[in-house]
Write a protein that binds this ligand. Structure first.
Ligand SMILES: [Zn+2]
Ligand SMILES: [Zn+2]
Length: 117
């Protein structure tokens, strides 16, 4: 199951919905994670299992703004907004704030706007 998020900042920047996680069909091969593209000045969603990850808009390199955690405790409960990646790392999407790609202020949020599977 995956989430749909929208990148929103108080400066007026808004981008989305973005796909986070993966659907039923591709959950063991890819996982989309929010990332920042410094060429587009956008928050996009890139496949963290594909290295190097690239921007779907310009094909350039991206920086993930949500970092997966190493799973040392497999019995630990996965939060509702978290995933276990194909390589067993855990990804939890924090609603923010994050630095905005437009105004460079820590006022970017990633509210969840929907789900898909
Ligand atoms: Zn780009
Ligand atoms: Zn902003």
């Amino acid at each position: 199951m995956g989430l749909l998020i929208t990148a929103e900042c108080s400066c007026g920047y808004r981008h989305g919905p973005l796909t986070v996680g993966a659907g039923m069909i591709n959950f063991d091969t890819e996982c989309y994670v929010p990332a920042r593209c410094d060429s587009c000045h956008d928050i996009i969603s890139a496949d963290i299992m594909n290295t190097p990850a690239t921007c779907p808009q310009c094909d350039g390199g991206v920086t993930f703004i949500v970092e997966p955690l190493d799973s040392q405790t497999p019995t630990e409960e996965i939060p509702i907004d978290g995933w276990v990646l194909p390589d067993d790392r855990i990804l939890v999407v924090d609603p923010g704030p994050y630095p905005c790609p437009r105004c460079d202020t820590m006022t970017l949020h990633l509210p969840v706007t929907g789900m898909f599977d």
